[in-house]
Design a protein around this ligand. Structure first.
Ligand code: VG1
Ligand code: CO
Length: 542
């Protein structure tokens, strides 16, 4: 039986960079999740009788919201839901399932790299039929609806057993509990030369993959250990835990310090990697060589043709604006298109659908391709392994050769987390006011070439997205970028992105923070970070 339940709107349901993210207790308020899910359905048209994919990263509150979403999908007239066993679907796997089974769309429950647990973070995101995050047009409509919603629809049936694979019909809707890994693993086998990778591993190539007690565990176990023959134990922290073992499932040098230290140590494996809460990010560390995500994007794009799935070459590369320009040089050399988008994967969807870009990436450890419409952590790991197997060189050698051929983009991101929101907004407002006067200004040896607030003109649907990050470009190609995070759940996070291009191979071995020191000082001078935020130093440097 379907019920229509009266409800009152919440004022704080604006989707951010990647869906709605809040603390669990916020989501546990009466009708909070229901309001947002109904607002999603109310913003869509034509889904009657169609299929909805539902899954999440297994974090605390995942199962509860999945039960609500299934019952609401039934009451709203979906014909079918496909849900991952145990409520599990990594973000890239959900994207693939939506595409493969031609679903109408999907609901992904995740707060990605944010911590999980009863007082930590939760999130809900809607993906459209191409498998990608809903574009701004839809997220704006969802937000507008959350402000006026007065009722939601829910079917009245007992909770579905999510732990047994199989199909049943309840309240007129088919509910199919699927293996979350199988289709995804099969797709990876199509794209990459598993034989070559298996052979490399059998000859003693050692992998250390940290799943960070998050969703990638079951995927990495099946693919790296079962299918590619990496010894048992190559995949660590592979059991998805509701609180990620109390850790922060963000694969960066701060939260993966143990792996980093191991990779820099005497008996380091050949290849170290990690993924985030929902499996869409990747960290790549070779023996004695951390690969910045921006360099990784460039190197993967330059070598993608070595993998069967990309043997015909790539059509173009897209990167988010704050991501370093390393990939631009690869696009130039390959003679393919280069696109610069705002932060967030939703901006890549149109470029991928139109065949303008094949490989996309973000500085925040997200890389992916046209195989799905999300970034994909394991995909990046497998493409690296495929390249390593074909080239027979170490990660460090490949990176150094890349710098020698293209120049090196020194790059770092400084995050100031949990800053007072008013202070952060004040900093941005003051910066914006300064923009028109910055061009031509000299800071020591650095001269500002131009300064603006990035606006994106989508070449496909012609939509315009304003205010996507303040960038100050210096003569010679260095730059600093400032923006506020759209994924945090407490206070504001200021991100400062710093980049310097160094063509001289004699200067490719510097320490990154030292190589960027003058730009870091200029960023402070331009934005007044210490005075405005009260912070002496960033909370996280990546
Ligand atoms: C961050 C990253 C951005 C990424 C987004 C979602 O956004 O900077 O590159 O797309 O997280 O990633 P923000 O607004 O906090 O800078 V995930 O892995 O959290 O879905
Ligand atoms: Co993520």
């Amino acid at each position: 039986m379907n019920k229509t339940v009266p409800t009152k709107p919440y004022a704080d349901q604006k989707p951010g960079t990647s869906g709605l993210r809040k603390k669990v207790p916020v989501f546990q308020q009466e009708n909070y999740a229901e309001n947002f899910i109904q607002s999603i359905f109310d913003s869509l048209e034509g889904y009657q009788g169609k299929c909805l994919v539902i899954g999440g990263d297994g974090r605390y509150y995942n199962r509860e919201v999945i039960q609500k979403a299934i019952k609401m999908a039934a009451a709203n007239g979906f014909g079918k839901v496909m849900v991952g066993k145990g409520g599990i679907l990594s973000t890239p796997a959900a994207s693939h399932i939506i595409r493969k089974y031609k679903a109408f769309g999907g609901i992904i429950l995740s707060a990605s790299h944010n911590p999980g647990g009863p007082t930590e973070d939760f999130g809900i995101k809607y993906n459209i039929g191409n498998g990608g995050p809903a574009p701004e047009k839809i997220t704006d409509a969802i937000y507008a609806r959350t402000k006026t919603i007065d009722a939601y629809k829910i079917a009245d049936f007992a909770d579905i057993n999510l732990d047994t694979i199989g199909k049943q019909t309840v309240a007129g809707m088919v509910i199919s509990v699927i293996d979350p890994v199988e289709d995804y693993a099969a797709l990876m086998e199509e794209l990459f030369d598993f034989g070559a990778i298996r052979n490399m591993i059998s000859l003693g190539f050692r992998i250390a993959f940290d799943a960070m007690s998050a969703v990638t565990g079951p995927y990495a176990k099946e693919i790296l250990e079962n299918r590619l023959g990496a010894p048992n134990g190559s995949v660590r922290n592979f059991l998805p835990l509701p609180d990620f073992g109390g850790h922060h499932p963000d694969p960066n040098l701060v939260y993966c310090k143990e792996l980093y230290d191991e990779m820099m140590g005497d008996d380091a494996p050949d290849f170290g990697a990690a993924s985030d809460g929902d499996g869409d990010r990747n960290l790549i560390i070779g023996k004695d060589m951390f690969v910045t995500p921006s360099d990784s994007l460039a190197i993967l794009a330059a070598n993608a043709n070595l993998a069967p799935g990309y043997s015909a070459g790539i059509a173009g590369i897209a990167r988010s604006m704050p991501t370093s320009g390393a990939a631009d040089r690869v696009a130039e050399k390959l003679g393919v298109g280069m696109y610069e988008t705002p932060t967030g994967w939703k901006f890549f969807g149109n470029l991928l659908d139109a065949g303008l870009a094949t490989i996309c990436g973000e500085e925040s450890a997200g890389t992916g391709s046209n195989h799905v419409r999300e970034k994909d952590g394991l995909w990046a790991v497998l493409l690296w392994l495929n390249i390593l197997a074909v080239r027979g060189e170490s990660v460090a050698d490949i990176v150094r050769q890349h710098w020698a051929a293209y120049g090196r983009n020194y790059y770092s991101r400084h995050d100031y987390e949990g800053v007072d929101s008013d202070a952060a907004n004040g900093l941005v407002t003051a910066l914006r006011a300064k923009l028109p006067t910055l061009a031509g200004t000299q800071f020591g040896a650095l001269t500002v070439a131009s300064a603006d607030d990035f606006a994106y003109h989508d070449p496909v649907d012609k939509s315009v997205s304003m205010n996507q990050g303040i960038r100050v470009l210096f003569e010679g190609g260095s730059r600093v970028v400032f923006r506020l995070s759209g994924t945090g759940t407490s206070g504001a996070t200021l991100r400062v992105y710093i980049e310097r291009y160094e063509p001289d191979p004699g200067r490719h071995g510097l320490d990154t923070q030292e190589a960027l020191a003058d730009l870091i000082a200029v960023a402070e001078e331009i934005a007044d970070i210490k005075a405005r935020t009260g912070r002496d130093a960033p909370s996280v440097i990546t």
